[in-house]
Design a protein around this ligand. Structure first.
Ligand code: NDP
Length: 312
């Protein structure tokens, strides 16, 4: 298998990865950035971003990520398509396999692989994904204007998305697996008090119905065991996110949920020369601006590390 030697390797192309690339380029680290499966990251599946400083009028998520990418390119970062498929951090230089077809050997690695939406794991959910099943109400709600839709989840995301959908769709059926919601009080109350949001407590999704597109959902009350079919045109999943850290298992220390642990106040992981930034190491803030800030930290930590090792 081909081996390429790289000074600073960045994995992932959200705000963390691109910001790390901007800083690393300006520091002369000649970073190579692999974009991963979703170039631009989660912001490419959102619409309006109003809370990123510097855009007083707001900006569309995908457009903002093009700005990030262009800025990193202008500073000289080598931005490439490709997915990190395996790593070997047992010795230095660290090795990262790309697309199962070549190895990169890097003096330093910045992990900024982000997080992805969680799914229920039903066969029907996978089969109808993109045909009415979605994990992003803000992206896809518009396609179901005036229709009845369902949403599963009971956290802040689910409550917020249910409210968003209630403004577009005729009726929102919200499926909550316990007798209470995890969402903050104010968000819960807003959802509960919205007339066209109907909440199904203690209910789980049995099956999403439909052959070629979503036509309904069968839910089961987990206390009484009774099932009910609700005709809907779309099924939104809002049950949280999973950090994209699978390939680093065995080398990098993580918490129980798979979030990479960094030394507080730094981007350092337990492996010398490997740094982490953005949502893959942050389950608390998870904002574009905090991810970008941590990407900056990772580039600065990398520069310092390489200097200390006499590699830069
Ligand atoms: P959370 O992890 O907070 O909530 C996930 C929800 O999905 C829980 O209610 C959980 O149920 C439910 N769930 C998980 N798995 C399943 C399943 N298999 N079937 C049915 N239901 C399931 O994720 P969120 O994305 O909502 O929020 C993540 C973080 O982001 C939180 O800290 C939240 O506060 C924050 N946030 C804040 C916002 C704001 O302030 N405006 C907006 C959005 C998010 P159960 O409760 O039973 O475990």
């Amino acid at each position: 298998m081909e081996i390429e030697k790289v000074h600073c390797l960045i994995i992932g192309s959200g705000p963390a990865g691109y910001t790390a690339a901007i800083y690393a380029s300006r520091a002369g680290l000649n970073p190579v950035l692999y974009q991963g499966i979703q170039p631009g990251g989660q912001l490419t599946i959102t619409t309006e971003v109003e809370n990123y400083p510097g855009y007083p009028e707001g900006i569309q998520g995908p457009e903002m990520m093009v700005h990030f990418e262009n800025q990193a390119k202008r500073m000289g970062a080598d931005i490439r398509y490709g997915l990190a498929t395996k790593v070997d951090f047992s010795a230095r230089p660290h090795r990262v396999q790309i697309d199962e077809e070549k190895w990169i050997e890097a003096d330093a690695v910045i992990i900024s692989t982000g997080a992805s939406a969680k799914w229920l794991g039903l066969e029907s959910e996978q089969r109808l994904n993109g045909y009415g099943v979605s994990a992003c109400a803000v992206c896809d709600g518009f396609f179901f204007k005036g229709k009845e839709v369902a949403i599963v989840g009971a956290g802040d995301t689910a409550a917020e998305e249910a409210m968003y959908l209630s403004k577009i769709c005729s009726q929102v059926h919200m499926i909550v697996r316990r007798g209470e919601m995890r969402a903050s009080k104010v968000m819960q109350e807003r959802a509960i008090n919205t007339p066209n949001i109907k909440i199904y407590w203690n209910s789980e999704t049995d099956e999403i119905l439909g052959d070629k597109k979503v036509e309904g959902v069968r839910i089961k009350n987990n206390q009484t065991g009774t099932t009910e079919e609700i005709p809907v045109s779309a099924f939104f999943v809002a049950i949280g996110h999973q950090p994209n850290s699978e390939i680093f298992k065995g080398y990098i220390t993580m918490d129980d949920a798979g979030y990479i642990k960094t030394i507080p106040g730094t981007s350092k992981t337990n492996v010398e020369g490997v740094f982490a930034a953005g949502d893959v190491q942050d389950k608390v803030y998870r904002q574009a601006v905090t991810a970008a800030g941590s990407g900056c930290m990772a580039a600065l930590d990398t520069e310092r590390y390489l200097s200390e090792k006499g590699l830069h």
